[in-house]
Design a protein around this ligand. Structure first.
Ligand SMILES: [Zn+2]
Length: 92
């Protein structure tokens, strides 16, 4: 179980389950997206369609759905609060 489905199963509504599934899918897309950016082997750049842009909308939905517990989704939260990819921000 990942943190997204775990949070949504706590609410046990179909909306929460659906959002949990979308967040899980987004997480996988983001990990793959960042891996490509980090590798530098692609012309894949951040734009209005990339998972970074999507993060802000998903974060708003998660915050509305899960309230304070959305804070547990640190991966989503950190991506939502940065507009664009920056190697310095993500490499710790
Ligand atoms: Zn991006």
């Amino acid at each position: 179980m990942n943190p997204y489905t775990m949070l949504s199963s706590g609410l046990d509504t179909s909306e929460a389950t659906a959002l949990g599934a979308r967040l899980s899918a987004w997480h996988d897309a983001m990990v793959a997206h960042e891996r490509r950016l980090r590798a530098g082997t692609t012309s894949d750049a951040c734009d209005d369609e990339c998972p970074h842009a999507e993060a802000r909308a998903l974060w708003s939905e998660a915050a509305a759905m899960f309230g304070a517990r959305a804070e547990e989704l640190t991966f989503l939260r950190s991506r939502a609060h940065h507009r664009r990819w920056s190697l310095e921000q993500w490499t710790r």
